[in-house]
Design a binder for this molecule. Structure first.
Ligand code: 0RA
Length: 662
């Protein structure tokens, strides 16, 4: 505990006399603490990113990260996260328990310091790998500052203690409330309605991350319990096999070409490396990476080290065995990663994060460490498993050949376009505006709905591209086939974008040429419609990820019902609205109301389609955001299976419903 108090004392002193009108009641450290927490309340976004749904869930990660740190330090085996009936959160762990001893000078307990001083996590020795203090790392004091109520219970040294807070301020000193043979910390907090735009926790969001944490921390039991009325549920996330099981989970729905994942483990220069990888019969690379349990979405030096080892070792092996002699193209790094699913997890004592969203590891010393450890392990694997080695090398050769074919197909499509003056597809009904910022492209299922949309649209800023039937399943198709597909070619040309290879041979999209900043998928509200939506999302996710990441992709939400009485009518988007409007229009006589159920876009005329689904003033659009690449990847593989319901559920759970007003 000493360390944290030293840290506290070395905090910069504030020179303002903000906040306290009655300062004599407070010690200098209290003022400092409260000013710190007041700053968090004034600008929550600076500390937890945002005050929306994401920020709300961030509070849970802050607390759980501390419990995980206890696990990493070897002191905690069980963590239980509960959503309480009023959307408060309770996190219980059996770690050491936050220390409660009094500091003689500061006259407050360590518990109060941890909960009221920014960054005073209490564990500042850099030999231990911490989750808290990493990418999240603003500490439990932020959670306290942003909660209308927080209660901490600590069991330690045979006793049980408790302290309560309101908006970060202690209600009283820490209190001994009994004896206890257990050890551990319980934090209960209620997010502050003055701060957050939403207070409703999503079970699935919590479940995804906790599951991920269980894979990353094998042997740790993580429970999730929903105690809210009508949605009571409980799950245990526990993984014995760790990353191995993670890779198998990510690849469920795909066919592996090796018997079991290749696992790599090692430690050098105080950097721990753990990797699991497996090749499947597909063509996509799905490598997820973590630093101290935190997902590094933008990769970084650990991923680079892994990629380097992969290319070096397989190239060497193929050359030694003369397997590449017939290959007419030069191998590129990408060729070694087709159909590769992997998880790279490193533990680094002092991680440096960079990149736009701080999701990229910057520590340069990590490249060599990972490359050496992975290289040695892969070399050994190839020596010991010649059959599987051969299968992987064959796949690399196929990848290089396919890449060349894809490049030719792409060039052909693009060159043809140049020759014909970059003509737009014949099926496109373009808008008259040339300002991408205001322009919208509707991708419409079927020619007939396309025709209705064309009549109903505002032709100044809305363009229509009808798509015939089912588009190609890009998960299963070879890349060059994709560029030859008519519907897909039309999308590229209509959108004005193409794929090119940058200096590293990585594929990129020239998004600066995008002709419409809103791309709206408009399909029937039935099973086929949701299948087509899914295929399109898969296509965007795989080949135009930049469009999704930059928030250009939307799903149109046509209404499900028209409720009508005489000349009066209303549209209903769900059952609740249908019932409400039936009562409202029927004025007690519900059977006097006519209800039309829309099964497809085709059942609406042009005017109705405009009013309900296309008019920016009245429509409902869902923005497609890939909040969690891991979940998305996993579901995109499930989605390609034959059972339709999970697909629909997925799309609906992952698209943020928002009424967009322009
Ligand atoms: C400060 C110091 C120590 C542990 C913790 C804080 C701690 C914080 C949280 C938050 C949730 N669960 C937690 N568990 C522990 C080190 C304790 C020691 O050295 O005994």
């Amino acid at each position: 505990m000493l360390i944290s108090l030293c840290f506290l004392l070395s905090l910069p002193t504030f020179n303002s006399n903000l906040i306290m009108s009655n300062p004599q009641e407070y010690s200098a450290s209290s003022i400092q603490a409260l000013e710190g927490l007041e700053a968090v309340r004034r600008r929550p976004g600076m500390y937890i990113g945002s005050t929306d749904d994401k920020g709300l869930h961030h509070l849970v990660w802050e607390v759980v990260d501390n419990s995980i740190d206890e696990h990493l330090a070897g002191h905690c085996s069980h963590i239980m996260v509960s959503i309480l009936p009023d959307n408060s959160i309770k996190v219980v762990d059996n770690g050491r328990g936050i220390p409660v001893d009094m500091h003689p000078k500061l006259k407050k307990s360590a518990l109060e310091v941890v909960l009221t001083v920014l960054h005073a996590g209490g564990k500042f020795d850099k030999d231990s790998y911490k989750v808290s203090g990493g990418l999240h790392g603003v500490g439990v004091s932020c959670v306290n500052a942003l909660s209308s109520y927080l209660r901490a219970e600590v069991s330690r040294d045979g006793k049980k203690y408790m302290q309560e807070f309101e908006r970060g301020k202690p209600k009283a000193d820490v209190l001994e409330i009994g004896s206890s043979q257990d050890r551990g910390t319980t934090i209960i907090f209620k997010p502050d309605a003055e701060i957050f735009e939403t207070l409703i926790y999503k079970y699935e969001t919590l479940a995804h991350r906790l599951k991920e944490l269980s894979f990353l921390n094998s042997g740790l039991h993580i429970y999730l319990k929903d105690e809210r009325e009508d949605q009571k549920k409980e799950e245990l996330f526990y993984s014995e096999g760790g990353l191995n099981e993670f890779v198998i989970y990510l690849d469920s729905g795909r066919t592996a070409i090796t018997e079991k994942p290749i696992t790599i483990k090692g430690k050098e220069e105080n950097i721990e490396v753990e990797i699991a990888l497996q090749y499947n019969t597909g063509f996509q690379e799905n490598v997820f990476s973590f630093v101290n349990n935190i997902n590094t979405r933008e990769g970084g030096t650990h991923v680079n080290g892994f990629r380097r080892a992969l290319a070096r070792v397989f190239k060497q092996y193929g050359d030694d065995k003369g397997l590449f002699s017939k290959l007419k193209v030069e191998l590129s790094g990408e060729d070694f990663r087709e159909g590769l699913t992997g998880v790279v997890s490193v533990k680094v004592p002092e991680p440096q994060f960079k990149g736009q969203t701080k999701g990229e590891l910057g520590n340069s010393e990590v490249v060599g460490v990972v490359s050496r450890i992975a290289g040695d392990a892969l070399t050994a694997f190839l020596e010991e498993n010649p059959k599987e080695a051969r299968r992987i090398v064959d796949k690399v050769i196929l990848a290089a050949t396919a890449r060349e074919a894809a490049r030719k197909a792409r060039d052909l499509v693009q060159r043809k376009n140049v020759l014909t003056g970059g003509g737009l597809p014949g099926k496109l009904s373009d808008c008259s505006s040339r300002d991408p910022g205001e322009s919208e492209l509707f991708l419409v299922e079927g020619d007939s709905a396309g025709g209705t949309a064309k009549q109903g649209r505002n032709r100044h800023f809305q363009a229509i591209l009808p798509l015939r039937g089912k588009i190609l399943n890009v998960e299963k198709a070879l890349e060059h086939k994709i560029y030859e597909n008519e519907e897909i070619k039309n999308m590229f040309t209509a959108l004005g974008v193409h794929i090119f290879e940058d200096e590293d041979g990585e594929r990129k999209l020239n998004i600066n040429k995008l002709r419409y900043h809103k791309i709206v998928i408009m399909c029937d509200a039935d099973v086929d419609g949701s299948h087509i939506t899914t295929l399109l999302l898969t296509f965007f996710y795989r080949y135009m990820k930049e469009l999704v990441v930059n928030g250009h992709v939307y799903i149109a939400r046509p209404p499900l019902y028209q409720v009508k009485k005489g000349k009066e009518f209303k549209y209903a988007w769900n059952e609740k609205e249908r019932k409400e409007f039936t009562i409202e229009l029927g004025k007690g006589k519900e059977d006097s109301v006519h209800i039309q159920r829309y099964k497809g876009l085709g059942e609406m005329n042009a005017e109705q389609l405009w009013e309900t689904t296309m008019d920016p003033e009245r429509r409902l659009l869902s923005k497609v955001t890939i909040l969690d690449a891991i979940a998305a990847d996993h579901y995109f593989s499930i989605l390609m299976g034959d059972d339709v319901p999970p697909r629909r559920e997925y799309i609906e759970a992952n698209a943020t419903y928002a009424k967009i007003d322009i």
